[in-house]
Design a protein around this ligand. Structure first.
Ligand code: SME
Length: 144
């Protein structure tokens, strides 16, 4: 079963969806080193389920700050090939080299986002963007 099929099945079952989805993304896709879902609460992003080798200190991020806050503000996917060259980047893990942040929209507003860090430089391309934007559509109804 592909990761997308697994995620569709998780959403159909409808139980503990966000945690199971981050687990599949982290466990099944080699260059996804750390995977988390932030949920929008007022003007902040609050860390929800995540999977990876260590916890991040960035459990609340104001919309507009960091790569995460930029994607939430614009509603557009952010791909950062070299996190150390991006002045917006909020460092979480010394091993991170690149990052993708995909907003999750539901009923016309941004309700959360998928944040994935990779230990490989320039790890994320158009395939990841297309795949993760589909995942964002699938999980959107569960980001309340
Ligand atoms: N790097 C993010 C912060 C979240 S951690 O990657 C988990 C940012 O710049 O917004």
């Amino acid at each position: 079963m592909s990761p997308l099929e697994a995620i569709e099945q998780i959403a159909e079952r409808g139980e503990n969806v966000l945690q199971q989805v981050v687990d599949v993304l982290h466990d099944e896709i080699e260059h996804y080193s750390w995977v988390g879902i932030y949920l929008v609460e007022g003007d902040e992003l609050v860390l929800g389920p995540w999977q990876g080798p260590e916890a991040t200190e960035h459990v609340r991020i104001p919309v507009g700050q960091g790569v995460c806050g930029a994607a939430a503000a614009s509603g557009e996917t952010e791909i950062v090939d070299d996190v150390n060259a991006d002045p917006r980047y909020l460092a979480c893990f010394p091993s991170t080299r690149s990052e993708i942040v995909v907003p999750i929209a539901h009923e016309g507003r941004i309700v959360g986002e998928l944040d994935i860090d990779s230990d490989q430089p320039s790890a994320f391309g158009e395939d990841d963007r297309a795949f993760l934007e589909r995942v964002a559509l699938i999980v959107a109804p569960f980001c309340n």
